[in-house]
Design a protein around this ligand. Sequence first.
Ligand code: ATP
Length: 145
Amino acid sequence: MPDTFTLRVITPESIAVDTAASSVRFPGLDGLMGVLPHHAPMVAALDAGALTWTEGGVEKEMFVSGGFAEVRGDTVRVVTEASEPASAIDVERARRAAERARERLRRRGRGGQGPGEKVEEIDLLRAQAALRRALQRLKVAEHKR
Ligand code: ATP
């Protein structure tokens, strides 16, 4: 029996995952991060992307929209606004979200900078984040088995 830890993925709506895993990889803001059993305590901020883990020798994957991962004791806790396994991802919806975000970025590219610069900056970050979520959802959906 391999060494395992508890992996919990928590969203405002539910505990999406609560399982024994032998490894987990998550999309850290600075790149992909991996955790094995007996990892030192750690907290990391997450980007939107694929969370993958090994459960009973089987590799599993789901989309997470960002948030935090905490490693403490024998538990890895991922707290995220939204998460979906590939089978729950609505591809058309993600495509529409990507197109909306791209259109916002295009419109912004045509506009000038002015007194509302601060607001535009927030809109830019929001549009970029929405585009990242949509593209990562599409990527995870492609891996559907
Ligand atoms: P949209 O603009 O389509 O709402 P979003 O990236 O703004 O996308 P989120 O804020 O990340 O959406 O998620 C809001 C809720 O909608 C969450 O419960 C999330 O699981 C769900 N959700 C968002 N996009 C999809 C999708 N393409 N397929 C399935 N569920 C989705």
